[in-house]
Write a protein that binds this ligand. Structure first.
Ligand SMILES: Nc1ncnc2c1ncn2[C@@H]1O[C@H](COP(=O)(O)OP(=O)(O)O)[C@@H](O)[C@H]1O
Ligand SMILES: [Mg+2]
Length: 396
């Protein structure tokens, strides 16, 4: 399966990011190749797009899916699926919850669901309610929604997981029959701490997007962070996406992913462990974490203390894994200068996260020098934006 491992932007390696056209013209003269010039123009467009601001929104219940015009970036995350498109001066993203809920079939209920524009499908005497609608049902039943993915990959526990995931993607994008629009979707790096492979997950999604009429390619989630955030650093640095199910890491040199991996711990792990420690359910903890919690002030109660403890533990595990992985590889580029780290994903959102990360950095001895640590402009939309930047560069 093709990863985004190819050297998509290497035509401009020695150039600063905004000098691509000149490089293109030069190569064009040398090779007499118009194709090369137009390829590099696409890269220029992609780099420009990576500097645009993101305008994001949630998919509204009842709102129909779009027929995308132009290349699409798709972040397929454990918690959310985010679609990004390049529209004028902005990148626009639309988000759907990657969750479902089942209720028993009845003709009466079906009519009510249809009238209320709920996204669902029926199978084996059940209605499968999709996306944000599922959350509302789960609240009414005081139960949890079910997930199509677990720890960053298709869930092995849910028989219907694949069908539901496809249907949720389909609430965001309609097919592209005959048009073959380019779609670039995010895939995790191979998990360090598990035998699980991303091949199955990636293949299933690729087959589905092909069946919808798209031309799909995949991008490593850590690289997507680099593509979105590190344009001014010539796409050289470490991108880390810290989501619900996992953390994804990519060391990129001039947009080439040199090292990629994931650990299957993230925000969900914090919720579960804090819940177990203080005797609350994980959903309650998640809500406290997302709404009232800060790492910038001392904890005020038992839950906040536990949240801080598990945040520290997650960041420590991540940084230790980075140290070990970088130390044992023979692939580290011999970079003389310092490189930045860009952090994205919902787990980096609490105030004080950057400071916690910086402080924990002192516990490890990385074999590369780090210049700055940056939080992404819009951490929940970074992966989709980075995937879209890559999709733009591939436009024909
Ligand atoms: N404001 C917030 N503060 C802390 N954590 C948050 C916040 N918003 C979302 N999260 C957490 O971020 C994770 C989801 O991040 P996201 O990047 O959407 O993940 P995924 O890639 O798994 O879909 C969840 O664990 C969620 O609880
Ligand atoms: Mg994600």
């Amino acid at each position: 399966m093709k990863h985004r491992n190819k050297t998509a932007l290497t035509g401009r390696v020695p150039q600063a990011a905004d000098k691509t056209s000149r490089a293109a013209a030069k190569i064009d003269n040398q090779l007499g190749s118009n194709k090369m010039a137009s390829d590099l123009e696409n890269v220029d467009t992609a780099i420009e797009a990576s500097k645009k601001i993101v305008v994001s929104r949630e998919k509204e219940i009842g709102e129909s899916a779009e027929y995308p015009k132009g290349p699409v970036g798709l972040d397929i995350g454990t918690s959310h699926i985010v679609m990004a498109q390049n529209k004028g001066k902005q990148i626009q993203t639309v988000k759907q919850l990657n969750a479902f809920f089942t209720i028993p079939y009845s003709k009466f209920t079906k009519k009510i669901l249809v009238e209320n524009d709920i996204s669902f499908y029926e199978k084996d005497d059940l209605f499968y309610i999709l996306g944000f609608s599922a959350e509302n049902f789960a609240k009414m039943f005081n139960a949890n929604t079910r997930r199509t993915m677990e720890q960053g990959l298709l869930s092995a526990r849910e028989n219907e997981g694949i069908t539901v995931l496809k249907s949720i993607i389909n609430t965001l994008i309609k097919g592209s029959p005959g048009k073959n629009e380019i779609i670039c979707f995010s895939v995790p790096g191979a998990p360090l701490d598990n035998l699980n492979s991303v091949v199955y997950h990636e293949s299933i999604i690729k087959m589905y997007l092909t069946s919808l009429g798209y031309k799909p390619s995949s991008i490593n989630e850590g690289l997507a962070t680099v593509m979105s955030e590190l344009a001014n650093d010539n796409f050289t640095g470490i991108g880390i996406s810290m989501g619900g199910g996992m953390c994804n890491v990519c060391l990129s040199y001039l947009s080439v992913p040199v090292i990629t991996y994931s650990i299957q711990k993230g925000g969900d792990y914090i919720d579960t462990m804090v819940g177990l420690s203080v005797g609350e359910n994980a959903t309650t903890i998640k809500s406290i974490k997302e709404n009232d919690f800060t790492l910038a002030a001392p904890p005020k109660n038992r839950v906040e203390t536990a949240l801080e403890i598990y945040y520290i533990e997650l960041v420590r595990t991540l940084l230790k894994s980075l140290e070990t992985t970088l130390r044992k590889t023979d692939k580290i580029p011999k970079i003389n200068t310092s490189i930045p780290i860009a952090l994205s994903g919902g787990t980096v959102l609490p105030n004080g996260f950057k400071e916690l990360f910086k402080k924990t950095m002192q516990e490890v001895d990385l074999p590369v020098n780090i210049s700055t640590i940056r939080i992404a402009d819009d951490p929940l939309n970074t992966t989709a934006k980075g995937a879209m930047v890559m999709a733009l560069s591939e436009e024909i």
